[in-house]
Design a protein around this ligand. Structure first.
Ligand SMILES: Cc1cc2nc3c(=O)[nH]c(=O)nc-3n(C[C@H](O)[C@H](O)[C@H](O)COP(=O)(O)OP(=O)(O)OC[C@H]3O[C@@H](n4cnc5c(N)ncnc54)[C@H](O)[C@@H]3O)c2cc1C
Length: 409
């Protein structure tokens, strides 16, 4: 009998599987309905031999030393500072808006002090900030709102910013200096050999069995287990008794081009004319060297895989009903973005999972993330570039015939 059936092999399910298996010697079965581990963070080598992210670009960043240290048990890192340009009025300009954005957009030559006055003059004072529109307009004024934010938000959410909670755009960072980093977190790095390789290490324990291509409903009555950890959609678990929780989805269009570099930055946002919101070029993220390059376009849409919970009051009310059902289930722990109907970054999900583990085991939160490799495990240093035998294709060679993995970082 398994101690735990874990539904979903993304960050939430995999971190809990690792902690329970290695930290508490529990027998764990983890299943995922997709044909791979790593959830939305899954990456793989495409036919051209380029490492790409199947479900859109995933960039790791955190301020939590604990989360970073915990994940460092399973991967080496490649330092990476993310940068984004926005295509506005035929120019590619830094976003978040900084000194260079304003100077290039308006053909000015302002200093850091002068741009502070500039922002102060264009900001529209709004007394009661309720919507996303209010948040942006009160910070950068109506013109920049229209050029950079309004249409992007409409595409992304299918709603006008005036219809969306202020929380969607709770903070609009504007910079009076030339800092063009997208994130300012203390730790900004990519797993050196990719996310999937990191997940292979996380799940590499004699106490963990993995079933892929497997919806938990196919096995839940067949395989005995004591408790469940559920990281799938909470409404589906309860057979949609209170209706479907609305999500925004995305269609990803992947392309490979016969050129070394496709665009001037890792991500270029297209707020206005195009149907897609952004284009990502993966080699910037992974540091891979290759004669060709792979990119992905993101087209927001209403139907499809659930990606972004839609943060509106009426949806929060439906979720509150599901949460009451979930809280009443002592035999099931609901963890992760789908089970708690909230958008979380990867590091937040790792933190949430470590907290859940500490509650399950009755440990202090600080002690919960201490990783000790299982006794009978042969420890393979993370720097060894041998693929483990999970459902992940072996690395392919690139156009130069070199092993692609060796070219990362
Ligand atoms: C386009 C996009 C870009 C993102 N970029 C970033 C980024 O740059 N940085 C960042 O920190 N975060 C990013 N995120 C957020 C990140 O994807 C999440 O934080 C992370 O995936 C959450 O992990 P999870 O385990 O909760 O969910 P998931 O990764 O979604 O894992 C849940 C798993 O459960 C499985 N499952 C569901 N139902 C069942 C079932 N019935 N039976 C079996 N299995 C089931 C699913 O197949 C899935 O694999 C991004 C998200 C999106 C959508």
């Amino acid at each position: 009998m398994f101690d735990y059936l874990i539904v979903g092999a993304g960050f939430a399910g995999s971190v809990l599987a690792e902690r329970l298996a290695n930290g508490s010697n529990k027998k764990v079965l983890i299943c995922d309905k997709r044909p791979h581990i790593a959830g939305n963070a899954y990456d793989f080598y495409n036919d051209a031999g380029i490492l790409i992210h199947k479900y859109g670009p995933h960039i790791f960043h955190t301020n939590s030393k604990e989360v970073f240290d915990y994940l460092s048990n399973f991967t080496d890192w490649r330092e990476y500072q993310h940068r984004v340009l926005a295509c506005v009025d035929g120019m590619q300009l830094p976003i978040p808006i900084n000194l260079d954005t304003i100077n290039k957009l308006y053909g000015l030559n302002l200093t850091a002090f002068e741009v502070e006055d500039f922002f102060a003059k264009i900001a529209e004072p709004i007394e009661n900030i309720r919507t996303s529109e209010d948040v942006v307009v009160s910070k950068v004024g109506r013109e920049l709102y229209q050029k950079f934010f309004r249409n992007y938000t409409r595409k992304q959410w299918g709603l006008d910013p005036s219809e969306l909670d202020a929380s969607v755009t709770a903070r609009v960072p504007t910079r009076t200096n030339r800092d063009d980093r997208y994130f300012t977190d203390t730790y900004q790095a990519m797993p050196k050999y990719g996310f999937t390789r990191m997940f292979e290490k996380i799940l590499d324990s004699p106490n963990i069995k993995i079933m892929l291509n497997c919806d938990y409903q196919e096995i839940v009555r067949e395989i005995p287990f004591k408790k469940m950890i559920y990281t799938g959609p909470v409404d589906s678990f309860f057979n949609y008794v209170y209706g479907k929780l609305p999500y925004r989805s995305l269609e990803f269009k992947h392309e490979t081009h016969d050129m070394e570099q496709f665009q001037a930055a890792p991500v270029v946002n297209y707020p206005n004319e195009q149907a897609y919101t952004r284009i990502t070029e993966f080699k910037y993220l992974t540091g891979q060297e290759h004669k060709k390059t792979s990119i992905v376009y993101e087209f927001p849409q209403a139907e499809g895989d659930p990606y972004y919970p839609i943060p509106r009051k009426e949806n929060a009310e439906i979720y509150a009903k599901y949460k009451a059902l979930a809280d009443a289930r002592e035999d099931v722990h609901f963890v992760g973005r789908l089970a708690t109907y909230k958008y979380y970054n990867m590091d937040q999900i790792v933190a949430q999972s470590l907290t859940e583990y500490s509650k399950i085991i009755g440990l202090k939160r600080k002690e919960a993330s201490v990783y000790v490799a299982p006794k009978d495990k042969i420890i393979i240093p993370v720097s060894i570039k041998q693929p483990l035998n999970l459902n992940v294709p072996a690395p392919k060679t690139n156009g130069n015939g070199k092993n692609v993995v060796n070219n990362l970082g």
